[in-house]
Structure formats: structure tokens, C-alpha cells
Ligand binder design. Structure first.
Ligand SMILES: Nc1ncnc2c1ncn2[C@@H]1O[C@H](COP(=O)(O)OP(=O)(O)OP(=O)(O)O)[C@@H](O)[C@H]1O
Length: 273
């Protein structure tokens, strides 16, 4: 399946037969993201050390690891905020994010939600979703363009998904912390990303909001490709399919929650034994 086509010249970067095509997401092999041998150094310190991992289309992957393991740096590399010293970030088969700018990567379909919600507080919930949906359509359209029936249906669907259907007229600044986080996830969904990166989505949430967020992510699993970085192990447990444990910039273990929790090396790293 080849989707999200933005016409750009193709350049060969992976040797014969492999084309680097910015803007063309090709997931024919079922892999949406493939990090290969990524190294990032800060003043000689290796934050990422020959990191390799891949995410399948439709997968909900949890990334865990102790403080300083390299989780944020990995997200920064995927989204183009940090350039790797070595290695490649393949988005689908053909796009090499390590050669693209941050806006190009976002445009190609990688959406990132940072820890702190950044909704437009003076706009209503609906308006926030409307603006998010129109971001790629230019300033004139964002301000004056009318939503199509299809777009209105999509917003209604997103409002239900993020459980804010009864608050769509509410000014976003009045939402609770958790509701703002859900709205921001909804805003990402409105942009129809091909890969969603969520950085500590339940940080600062109440227990009830955390449970609701788990339900939300479980409802998105399979329909979207999602990578979640999170410290809250109960939350991870409630959404986990495959879990990747990072340590000192590399993958220490990968598997089901049960498998990684019983892995001796993981226990050692977390408990400092
Ligand atoms: N800009 C930078 N300059 C220097 N060192 C950095 C920089 N960014 C990250 N580091 C270092 O790289 C290592 C990995 O940091 P990173 O923030 O990616 O870890 P993390 O797994 O996200 O940690 P946490 O769970 O605490 O957020 C840390 O030792 C950190 O101090």
C-alpha cells in the first residue's frame, strides 16, 4: 500500500533498488518505522548507542526505560529535532527521516504529542479540532474555509473517541488536565498521522483520567500505529502489547509485559541490583 503521496523527486540512498522518496509512505512490508543503528552523542556521551528497533503498521508499542535511557532522544531523532550522528530512520520502506526536516517529517505523517498539553485555550474544543484538521490547508482556509460534511463527521467521530462530545462548545482552557491531553490526542488524530508518538501521556493525570486514557489508547490500537513512552507501569500494563525496554541508548529487552518484567537484566536495571 502506498499512501500519503506528496510528489518529490526520488533519490537512491540505500543502494540499488531502494529509493528515498520524501513524502511517500510505503508500508508494503508491514513496517511503519525502522530505526537502524542510531547513535547520538552529546559532548562525547552516547545518549543513543547503535539503537535499532522497528514498529509494525497498526501496532501500539510501549517504550519504557529508566531515567536517561534515551527515550526522549529517540523521539527527537524520529521527529527530526535531533540529527543522529550515524544510522537511519526509515518511515515506511522509502522515507529516510534522518535526511528530512522537522516540518517535512510532520507533513509526511509523524505526529508527536509532548508531555505538556498545548491546546488553544481561548478556543472551544470543537474549534481546536477544526483548526487541527485545517492546518495543512493554508492560513486563508484555516480562518475562512468551511468544513465539508465529511470533515464534520470526522470531528464528531473524534469527539466521541476522546470522550469530549458533551464538551465540544466548552472553552478549552476550562478543561481538566486530562481532558486537555485527550483533546490534544484528538487534534493529532484530526491530522490523520500515519504514526503517533505520545510522550508520557498520563503524567499528571488522576487515576480516573489515567484509566480513561488507557481505554482511549486501547480503542486506537490496531487502527493507528502508536508509540508510547511512559513511566507509569500500571498504565503501561493496561495498554501493553509489545514493550521495548531502553537502557543506555540501546534496546535491552523486548516482548510482552510479562516477558520483560521477568527478564533478569531488566530487573537489574530497574532495581539497581
Ligand atoms: N541536549 C543534551 N545535551 C547533553 N546531554 C543530553 C541532551 N539531551 C539528553 N542528554 C543526555 O542523554 C541521556 C538520555 O536522555 P533522554 O532525555 O533521552 O533520556 P530519557 O530516557 O528520555 O529520560 P527520562 O525518562 O528521564 O525523560 C541523558 O543522560 C541525558 O542527560
Amino acid at each position: 500500500m502506498v499512501e500519503n503521496s506528496i510528489s518529490q523527486p526520488a533519490t537512491d540512498v540505500r543502494g540499488s533498488g531502494s529509493l528515498y522518496q520524501p513524502g511517500v509512505l510505503d508500508t508494503t512490508h508491514g513496517v511503519v518505522l525502522y530505526l537502524e543503528d542510531i547513535t547520538v552523542s552529546f559532548d562525547g556521551f552516547r545518549a543513543l548507542n547503535k539503537l535499532s528497533l522497528s514498529i509494525d503498521v497498526g501496532e501500539l508499542r510501549c517504550i519504557i526505560g529508566p531515567n536517561g535511557a534515551g527515550k526522549t532522544t529517540m523521539m527527537d531523532v524520529i521527529t527530526g529535532k535531533t540529527r543522529p550522528d550515524t544510522g537511519t530512520v526509515f518511515f515506511g520502506q522509502t522515507m529516510d527521516c534522518s535526511k528530512m526536516t522537522e516540518p517535512q517529517i510532520a507533513q509526511a505523517g509523524i505526529g508527536r504529542k509532548f508531555q505538556k498539553p498545548t491546546v488553544f485555550e481561548n478556543h472551544t474544543v470543537f474549534e481546536n479540532l477544526e483548526l487541527a484538521m485545517k492546518t495543512d490547508k493554508g492560513i486563508w482556509n484555516s480562518l475562512f474555509g468551511k468544513l465539508s460534511g465529511e470533515q464534520l463527521d470526522r470531528i464528531a467521530e473524534i469527539l466521541t473517541t476522546i470522550n469530549l462530545q458533551d464538551s465540544h462548545k466548552m472553552r478549552s482552557g476550562l478543561l481538566s488536565h486530562g481532558q486537555k491531553q485527550w483533546l490534544e490526542i484528538g487534534m493529532l488524530l484530526a491530522q490523520e498521522p500515519k504514526l503517533l508518538l505520545l510522550d508520557e501521556p498520563v503524567a499528571g493525570m488522576t487515576d480516573h483520567e489515567t484509566e480513561r486514557t488507557a481505554e482511549l489508547l486501547n480503542s486506537l490500537a490496531g487502527k493507528h500505529s502508536i508509540m508510547v513512552v511512559e513511566h507509569d507501569m500500571d498504565f503501561v500494563n493496561s495498554i501493553a502489547r509489545k514493550v521495548t525496554v531502553l537502557h543506555q541508548g540501546s534496546v535491552l529487552a523486548e516482548g510482552s509485559m510479562e516477558q520483560v518484567q521477568s527478564n533478569e537484566q531488566v530487573i537489574e536495571v530497574y532495581l539497581g541490583r
